[in-house]
Design a protein around this ligand. Sequence first.
Ligand code: FES
Length: 258
Amino acid sequence: MDFRSWNGVDLRYAVNRWNEGGFVAEATNPLLEDAAAACFRKAAARGEIWMSSEAEQVDEGRRHFLLVATTVTGLAGAGMTAVPFLASWRPSARAQALGAPVDVDISRLEPGAIVKVVWRGQAIYIVHRTPEMVATLSSSQVIDNLRDPDSEALDASSQKPLQPAYAKNATRSLKPEYLVLIGVCTHLGCAPLNRFEPKDPELGASWPGGFYCPCHGSRFDLAGRVFKDVPAPTNLKVPPYRFVTDSVVQIGADAEVV
Ligand code: FES
């Protein structure tokens, strides 16, 4: 399966996430949106990928977010950037239609890996952090370079916290090893890429591992906290979520109120 071209249209920018083994396809060039959408619909019709109902909708408020698809065949990844195949995750049609909470089985999410799912039309990233990844969150190399290390920023209009209170801690999570984020850059809405390996060749020797938004170069640590001197103004948001069991995360149900 090759999404790099379709009917002669170069889709490299539309499917740059695919090449990383990710679930989320995005169009950095609006001219590619129709072609990319058609490409994914055909693949879905062939049974090669499964598309959520949200996948065919372009969110005008987030101009770069185009498609979300979940593979059912042929997905392979390696090392810390691997995205495991979670066949068991598929929200019901009703849940998709209503934007109801969705359960994600993370029993096969290996340490160091990430899975990306859809909730209310947004990409949700779930990362199983290794002890080494958690350790970076409190290192001075990271903390000293963060814009809002304690996640104190408030929503500009409502003056309410931008995230659940249970995520306002050193790891921004209910459990240190599991990070749950909305995968939408707080600058202009691109989907940040996972760049978990320290010293990533593209990001430099000082890179501690985290997320990188290729649209305008914003950088975030392994808790989704934004680094200084990048366009993104605030940390990546944490959605409401809770653990139904040790191996099932429910996205959309707030741990504070359930
Ligand atoms: S949208 Fe992410 S840096 Fe601009």
